[in-house]
Design a protein around this ligand. Structure first.
Ligand code: CP
Ligand code: NVA
Length: 309
């Protein structure tokens, strides 16, 4: 049962659950604030003074954990970090009850978990904003940093071509969402066995014809402005046979030669050097991966402000 208090508080929350839920103009507004926050980082304004973010991790993290904590602190706020197995959820307390209780202590909840349904449940019962810090299905905070990074180096992503070569995983899904929201072409090269969710591809192509599926990475990368990949085995997924299937999709110098000479390389990290990407590409002149990792901080500060102020 949802109490009157919960119901009243749950309306009009700015949850950041998935790019597909938000309009292109809201996402643009957040990105432009991220750019401002990056350029004024030294100003030390503290708009989240007195606010606390709870961060729940049911999977490991380096970048998400540190960038959210540093981001909250730079904005004047504080964090409480909780691992899934420390919470009573691990002993059967419901997500709904956890959401209700946390909402009485903190001003926002960031959660990294397995099923998307869990963050939707959290958002349904929380009376504070909920932010998706990665699920099996998507990684929207990462995409905000990725688009920001591309644009920082190459100007507007609108009308450009991004090529994904690898597993059709949570990151690939968020790139699909981003292609429709930021209006760029996305060529996805993956083995037949590792295709993104069919329903998601149908959704993308109903929005506009932004996404094309390939099984030949060379064809997908042809003249692309940006080449992206990610680990062959995502957290919590089955490793069996992924390496054999995905080996032809490795991003290496030879594959990069098919992209535009101005093409950049992105990877959300952590990278598995010699698997989905070679060190030659990751450390090479086209790689923007360290700026991309830094931009998690600026993009998420803008997301926190959009959600919490
Ligand atoms: N890219 C990313 O989300 O990294 P972490 O898993 O280290 O948070
Ligand atoms: N696809 C990867 C992304 C890690 C940030 C995973 O889910 O493990």
């Amino acid at each position: 049962m949802t109490s009157d208090y919960d119901r009243k508080m749950a309306v009009n929350q700015n949850h950041f659950l998935d790019l597909k839920d938000l309009s292109g103009s809201v996402l643009r507004k957040i990105l432009s604030q991220a750019v401002d926050l990056k350029s004024t980082r030294k100003d030390k304004k503290q708009p989240l003074n007195g606010k606390t973010l709870a961060m729940i991790f049911e999977k490991p993290s380096t970048r998400t954990r540190v960038s959210f904590e540093v981001g909250m602190k730079e904005l004047g706020g504080d964090v409480v970090v909780l691992s899934g197995d420390e919470l009573q959820v691990s002993r059967g307390e419901s997500i709904a009850d956890t959401a209700r209780v946390l909402s009485r202590y903190v001003d926002g909840i960031m959660i990294r978990t397995f099923e998307e349904a869990k963050i939707r449940e959290m958002a349904k019962y929380a009376s504070v904003p909920v932010i998706n810090g990665l699920t099996d299905n998507s990684h929207p905070c990462q995409l905000m940093a990725d688009v920001m990074t591309f644009e920082e180096h190459r100007g507007s992503i609108k009308g450009k071509t991004v090529a994904w070569s690898g597993d059709g995983n949570n990151m690939a899904s968020s790139w699909i969402h981003a292609a429709t929201k930021f209006d760029f072409r996305l060529n996805i090269a993956c083995p037949r066995e590792c295709r993104p969710d069919e329903g998601l591809l149908d959704w993308a192509n109903e929005q506009k014809n932004h996404v094309s599926l390939f099984h030949d990475p060379k064809a997908a990368v042809e003249n692309a402005d940006c080449v992206v990949t990610d680990t062959w085995v995502s957290m919590g997924s089955d490793a069996s046979n992924q390496h054999n299937l995905l080996a032809p999709f490795q991003v290496n110098k030879k594959l990069m030669e098919n992209a535009s000479p101005e093409a950049v390389f992105l990877h959300c990290l952590p990278a598995h050097r010699g698997e989905e990407v070679t060190s030659e590409v990751l450390d090479g002149p086209q790689s923007l991966v360290w700026d991309e990792a830094e931009n998690r901080l600026h993009a998420q500060k803008a997301i926190l402000l959009w959600c919490m102020t």
